[in-house]
Each structure stands twice: as structure tokens, then as C-alpha cells.
Write a protein that binds this ligand. Structure first.
Ligand code: GTR
Length: 325
């Protein structure tokens, strides 16, 4: 009898422990505007797999892709307030909130993708990451998003002159609004999800983005002239709610940071493959891609720098980025 009681006590104890362990499992929510399979979505999924493996299942990540949780501006509020723990967004929508995020969003600040990687992987990247903390966010990683260029439904853009008076949707940032104005065109900042129908109905004549976005959002169907002005090499940002990050043990924080770092390698590989694939897809579908006289675009950007790079912190940051070889 005693033996049986002992056995039952043991079973009860074991199941209590099991319930305890199960309830300690946390599924972290992450948002992304892109569809499943897009390199940023896959980057965060990879991060989630590594975290799950390295915390023995205590933490895992559920990616809500395809803007299921809303457009970027809204999901930034959600991750800042802790409604969701994670978010993968572009750098530009942070420009109004995190001053230092302006620098990597400046037109032609980076000479190449390699230059961008060296800057963002180094001490300047660390300085920009730290600047997100007062906004309640910990930057886990910067991901690739290639170069953004203008595309439109009317004609190939070859010189700055060709843009005069045209109407473009730009990503939601004053830098992009002022950049477009400096080129003599009109900018309408609007959420990503509204771009296709606005192009279709003619509310706008064009937009600006990289090849994978131009392809997967199907903008090439309604704006077939893609002109390679490559005005920004704008990184993506993968952030975590700071309070949620601070609640992790130091060991788990290290696991999250390392997993994020490892996911960057994966995302970059996926990114270059997807860029080539998307370019081929849009060309096959009839998109016309042309080169532009880039120097004219670069020269036109002076007023954007003059307007936005006014304080000493940003002036130094710009000079530091430019000095990186
Ligand atoms: C894409 C970026 C998205 C989103 C989009 C946009 O390149 O990956 O996060 O910011 O651009 O233009 O809104």
C-alpha cells in the first residue's frame, strides 16, 4: 500500500514538474510585412529555430508574415508597447523616432553593399543599435534589403530631369519625401500594402523599392519601368521589445544575440539568391530595367543632407560612415 502511494506521489510529482516546464515555454510573436518565404521572414524563422534548439524549447518564435498584424508603422507601436515581442521592419520607418536611424537611410551614404556591411557590422552599427534602446527596443540584427530604385508606369527614368513632376509612393520617412522632392518629383508616403492598388488606379505613377519587393508585391504588373538609380542601400532591422529582452536571463540574452547573428549569415545568402531570382522573374514578365546617369542623382541630394544632418551627433556619424573603407 505504502509502495503504491509512493508510486502515485511520484507520478503526481512528475506530472506537476512537466506542467511546470510546459508553462515555462514561451512563444514569441514576430511581425513581417512580406510573404512567407521572403528572405526576411526566413531569417527570423531561422533565428527562432536556433533559439528553440539552444534553449531546449523554452523559447520559440511564431512569424506572422504578410502583414497579418498590420502595416509597419502599426507593428512598430505593437513591439514598442510589448503587444508583440519581435518585429522585422525597414530602417526608414524609424527615422522619426530614432535619430541615428536616419544615417543609414540617407541617399548614397553607402558606396556599395560591402560598405554597408562593414559599417553596420562594426562599431557604427553598435552605436546605431544602442540608439534604439530609449525607444524601448533592442536591435537583434540588421538584415539585407539591397538597393532601392524608382519604378513607374510611364517611362524609363534616365536622368533627374525625367522625374520632374511625377508622383511616387515612398516608404514612410521624411528622408524619402525630401529626397524625392530634391529630384523634382512628388512623394506620397503610404503603407506598403496600399501601393499596388494606388499604382493600378493611377493615384501614384510609381514607387521605389528593391527587386524582391517589386517582384513579390507584384508592383511590376502595374509599373513596368524599373530604373536603377539605387538611391539607398537601406538595411532592415530586427528588433525585440526591450522589457521582454531585459526579462531574459543573461545566458538566454546571449543565446538570443548569437542566434540573431547566425541568422544574419543565412538571411544574406537568401537575399542575394532572391535578388537574382526576382530580377529574372520581373524581366520575364516584361519589366524594362534601365541604367541611369547616377551622378546627377547623387549631386541632387545635397539639400537632403543639409536639412537633416544638422546636429553634431549626426554630422559625426555621417563623417564616420564615409570614412569607413
Ligand atoms: C521593403 C522592406 C519592407 C517595407 C517595404 C516598403 O523593401 O523590406 O520592410 O519597408 O520595403 O517600402 O514599405
Amino acid at each position: 500500500m505504502l509502495h503504491i502511494t509512493k508510486l502515485w506521489t511520484g507520478v503526481a510529482l512528475a506530472s506537476m514538474l512537466f506542467v511546470g516546464a510546459a508553462s515555462a515555454q514561451a512563444v514569441l510573436k514576430s511581425s513581417d510585412t512580406h510573404p512567407d518565404g521572403y528572405p526576411t521572414v526566413e531569417g527570423v524563422k531561422h533565428f527562432g529555430e536556433l533559439v528553440k534548439e539552444r534553449t531546449a524549447g523554452r523559447y520559440s518564435v511564431e512569424v506572422y508574415h504578410s502583414a497579418q498584424l498590420g502595416e509597419e508603422k502599426d507593428t512598430i507601436e505593437q513591439v514598442r508597447s510589448g503587444v508583440i515581442e519581435l518585429n522585422r521592419v525597414s530602417m526608414a520607418p524609424f527615422n522619426g523616432t530614432v535619430k541615428e536611424s536616419i544615417v543609414p537611410a540617407l541617399p548614397y551614404i553607402f558606396r556599395s553593399e560591402d560598405h554597408m556591411h562593414t559599417v553596420m557590422d562594426g562599431v557604427i552599427g553598435d552605436q546605431i543599435k544602442a540608439a534604439f534602446e530609449p525607444a524601448g527596443l533592442v536591435v537583434l540584427a540588421f538584415y539585407d534589403a539591397g538597393a532601392r530604385s524608382f519604378y513607374n508606369s510611364k517611362k524609363p527614368i534616365k536622368t533627374v530631369e525625367d522625374l520632374k513632376g511625377m508622383k511616387f509612393r515612398v516608404i514612410q520617412s521624411d528622408i524619402f519625401v525630401d529626397m524625392t522632392a530634391a529630384l523634382g518629383a512628388n512623394a506620397t508616403p503610404m503603407p506598403y500594402g496600399e501601393v499596388y492598388s494606388s499604382l493600378e488606379t493611377g493615384v501614384i505613377e510609381g514607387a521605389e523599392n528593391n527587386f524582391p519587393s517589386y517582384d513579390t508585391a507584384k508592383h511590376f504588373e502595374v509599373a513596368k519601368y524599373y530604373s536603377m538609380d539605387e538611391h539607398t542601400i537601406l538595411p532592415e532591422v530586427f528588433v525585440m521589445n526591450k522589457a521582454a529582452f531585459d526579462k531574459l536571463t543573461p545566458e538566454d540574452q546571449a543565446i538570443f544575440k548569437q542566434a540573431a547573428k547566425d541568422s544574419v549569415t543565412k538571411q544574406r545568402e537568401l537575399w542575394s539568391a532572391k535578388t537574382a531570382e526576382s530580377r529574372a522573374v520581373v524581366e520575364k514578365a516584361g519589366a524594362q530595367i534601365n541604367d541611369v546617369e547616377k551622378q546627377g542623382f547623387i549631386d541632387a541630394m545635397k539639400p537632403v543632407y543639409e536639412k537633416h544632418i544638422t546636429d553634431e551627433v549626426l554630422k559625426k556619424l555621417v563623417a564616420d560612415v564615409q570614412a569607413v573603407q
